[in-house]
Design a protein around this ligand. Structure first.
Ligand code: AMP
Length: 525
């Protein structure tokens, strides 16, 4: 009966696993960072109970999202799980990737949220009920001892089933980020499948965390690690900013399961000593979020002969990933571009034409995901939700569907092949960027009359972004200086990875015959 109840409680299972691991291995390291912080399962559980008490005592309305601001310290994860324990979805906001005005925008979209500030908040008119570092520290210090914390576990408030577990804000084409609402059962469903990818033993493994917690790629290793009693090894910004420190951290990590964007692995492959000798424990490279180039897969398989490479595919809107396949050396040599895998159990992939009707077998069209890990929609945006989300039946169960805006086709064996985007969303170094959001923010600058952003592509990969702008009125400075000013202004509102590297000034933007900005012509310049 108890087991049955847990199965239907959704995240109950994920937290239940974390609790079981905390009880069984209280001295095992649960969280470690490349900056030298580390925390045992026992300490993590106790601390998150302390923060959960603080949230309960705040009187904050149940189910309302809680922002968690910081980087990769163990306290972030303690806060996430404290939210789940008290019935609140958490909203992770990475202090290095999200600029102040964007933090304020997210807070505004939630509406005066409770904000757990693991790092000091910028002074940017953020309207929130803030709990600062000292208050979090005091809550952790006041937590009950571990035995009492285990005894007093109260599952009644745990986020479960179709309750929201987290909200991730991604780039939005209308000029502001949009919050993807992921439920508790989405995480459980995703995690059960993720743990079956590749053959590597998960129990007690070290899971590498490269992506910031505000990106859904990081849910891969967070969920798997807590489920399997592993150690989450986080590479901090400080170590990622220095190639030498990054390599030292990777060598010290003892990681068995590697999760990153392909771009990150490519960067590591530049270093000749990045191989099995340097990281002898790696058994699985798990990729998601952007195209995995054949050469990257081939070189990894060469340098790590005891490891498998898995390519997986999926958007934040469907909880990290929904298809995956193991890439063999033969596949890397012969199948270009690499396929992105077969759907997980519980997910169906449909390929549809513009009108939403299925295309004939084997033809290219928009990828639609139907399944039990599709998110509930976008926070406070029923209009955007209605455009992209729907409902359908999979394996006889009602599920949500999501129109991805990705183009692809299914081969006769049910393998999905990705062909690119149907809109102006791009991926650069693994970051999801809506060119429309940059353009909208450029147009909001008083000096700019028209703007169009195009990616600069080399060897099939986006290297940087170029902003083409039409200036309003007289220009007083050189193109270079004026361009710098524009980039500085954008830094207040956009993450660093969305700032165009080059700004090109025009008297007028080229137009297509039907009156749209001619992006192809600009890309050729
Ligand atoms: P995100 O929501 O940041 O995970 O980005 C999702 C988008 O990344 C998808 O809609 C695809 O356009 C792209 N993407 C994800 N996985 C892959 C993959 N394995 N190969 C190519 N593109 C991918």
């Amino acid at each position: 009966m108890e087991q049955w109840r847990r199965r239907f409680r959704g995240i109950g299972e994920y937290l239940e696993r974390a609790l079981r691991n905390a009880k069984q291995f209280p001295e095992r390291i649960a969280l470690q960072t490349s900056d030298g912080e580390s925390e045992t399962y026992g300490a993590y559980w106790r601390a998150s109970e302390g923060i959960a008490s603080l949230i309960r005592q705040s009187g904050y309305p149940v189910k309302k999202p809680v922002m968690v601001y910081g980087h990769k310290s163990p306290r972030m994860i303690e806060c996430f799980h404290a939210c789940l324990k008290t019935g609140h979805p958490y909203v992770p906001v990475d202090c290095h990737s999200v600029p102040p005005e964007r933090v304020a925008n997210i807070a505004g979209q939630i509406g005066d949220p409770l904000l757990l500030a693991v790092e000091d908040l910028p002074d940017a008119g953020i309207s929130a009920q803030t709990v600062d570092r000292e208050q979090l520290e005091a809550a952790v210090a006041a937590a009950p001892d571990l035995d009492s914390a285990f005894e007093s576990v109260d599952r009644t408030a745990w986020v479960s089933g179709d309750d929201l577990a987290y909200i991730l804000f991604t780039s939005g084409s209308t000029g502001a980020p949009k919050g993807v609402c992921v439920t508790a059962s989405c995480i459980d469903g995703f995690c059960r499948w993720a743990l079956t990818l590749g053959d590597a033993e998960r129990e007690g493994a070290v899971f590498l965390n490269q992506a910031p917690f505000s990106f859904d790629l990081s849910v891969y290793e967070q969920a798997m690690s807590f489920w399997a009693g592993g150690t989450l090894y986080s590479l901090t910004k400080e170590s990622q900013d220095s190639f030498r420190l990054q390599m030292e951290a990777l060598a010290a990590s003892r990681a068995r399961i590697w999760v990153s964007t392909p771009s990150f692995a490519e960067m590591c492959l530049v270093e000749p000593s990045f191989d099995e000798q340097m990281m002898p424990d790696v058994r699985l490279f798990l990729f998601c979020g952007e195209t995995l180039p054949n050469g990257t897969a081939a070189r990894l398989l060469e340098r790590f002969p005891h490891a498998q490479v898995v390519n997986s595919y999926g958007p934040t809107e469907s909880t990290v990933a929904v298809t995956a396949c193991t890439v063999t050396g033969q596949m890397a040599a012969s199948s270009d571009p690499l396929p992105v895998g077969r759907p997980r159990k519980g997910t169906r992939i449909d390929i549809v034409a513009d009108n939403g009707e299925p295309v004939p077998a084997g033809e290219c069209g928009e990828i639609v995901i139907a399944g039990d890990t599709v998110a509930r929609g976008y926070l406070g945006r029923p209009d955007l939700t209605a455009k992209a989300f729907g409902t359908d039946m999979v394996d006889g169960k009602p599920v949500r569907t999501y129109r991805t805006g990705d183009e692809g086709w299914l081969d006769a064996s049910g393998m999905l092949h990705y062909r690119g985007r149907l809109d102006l969303q791009v991926k650069m170094n693994g970051f999801r960027i809506e060119l429309g959001e940059i353009e909208e923010n450029l147009r909001r600058l008083p000096c700019i009359k028209a703007a169009c952003v195009v990616p600069s592509v080399k060897d099939g990969q986006i290297r940087y972004l170029v902003a083409h702008v039409v200036w309003e009125g007289e220009r007083t400075e050189s193109d270079f200086r004026q361009g710098l000013g524009i980039k500085e202004a954008l830094k207040d509102v956009l993450p660093h990875y969305m700032i165009p590297r080059k700004v090109v000034f025009h008297d007028a933007l080229p137009m297509t015959p039907n009156g749209k900005c001619d992006r192809k012509a600009l890309a050729r310049l």
